[in-house]
Design a protein around this ligand. Sequence first.
Ligand SMILES: Cc1cc2nc3c(=O)[nH]c(=O)nc-3n(C[C@H](O)[C@H](O)[C@H](O)COP(=O)(O)OP(=O)(O)OC[C@H]3O[C@@H](n4cnc5c(N)ncnc54)[C@H](O)[C@@H]3O)c2cc1C
Ligand code: FES
Length: 258
Amino acid sequence: MRTVVPVVETVVETPSTVTLRFDYPPEAAPGQFVMVWLPGDDELPMSLSYLEGPRKGVTIKAMGGSTRAVLGIAAGAPIGVRGPYGNRFDLAPRRILVVGGGSGTAVLAPAAEAAARGGASVAVALGATRASELLFRDRLRAAGLRVEVATDDGSEGTPGFVTGLVERWLSTEPFDAVWTCGPEVMMAKVAALARARGVPTFCSVERHMKCALGLCDACALGPYHVCTDGPVFPAERLLATPDFGRFHRDAAGRRRPL
Ligand SMILES: Cc1cc2nc3c(=O)[nH]c(=O)nc-3n(C[C@H](O)[C@H](O)[C@H](O)COP(=O)(O)OP(=O)(O)OC[C@H]3O[C@@H](n4cnc5c(N)ncnc54)[C@H](O)[C@@H]3O)c2cc1C
Ligand code: FES
């Protein structure tokens, strides 16, 4: 489906992050994304941070010009949406450690909620630069999940990177799977920690996207198209590529260091 709909609600989540809610009926699964655009601007891939029922949501962090434009959007303004695209998190594991870094928590929150509703025990390690940038901490706690936080500047929770929390949690509790989304360097570290304990890790990765249909090659990551083979990948597959945690591709397809 591809359409233009009015934004029904905007929610300021953190000083740099806004959620847009809009009515978009197609069913979507945890982990999937949509392509969104403001009239006259280019499309951007965005994870669905709310996906139950017709009222969907995307949660956007201000990075460059395109995402900054979204921060100023008001309820009632039109937004283009197509999708949903991509694969999903497998909800079968019973004991899941969810590791979110910054805006990466946007894709993890609905997946963690769905797993918990299905009876899984879900622990969440949430990381951000500072307390005010912790995304969906209250939402996840309200859903009954165990949430611990780490902040780079020590303003809330454990001081330092979220990987410190992950190390502690993995050494004290058994998990069947780790789900993570955030900076690739963080995800690579999380995957290495989990591998040392024999716990499979699944990463939601980002790449430049144009078609989202597996046709244009813009989102190539090793032998994979992130738009159709992902965005959720077993970490073992990603670690076997030369790019994961090191390079991405720009709009022209040039390989650039992350
Ligand atoms: C599957 C997936 C899910 C994502 N989910 C989220 C999310 O939930 N929240 C979030 O904040 N970000 C998400 N992103 C990242 C987001 O799509 C942008 O790449 C990022 O926010 C950069 O935006 P910008 O403002 O810096 O772009 P700019 O610096 O303004 O970009 C310059 C130009 O490049 C284009 N561009 C930039 N990045 C991309 C891209 N990845 N694909 C296509 N065109 C691009 C812009 O439209 C613009 O024309 C996701 C990416 C992917 C692949
Ligand atoms: S965005 Fe075109 S192949 Fe993935």
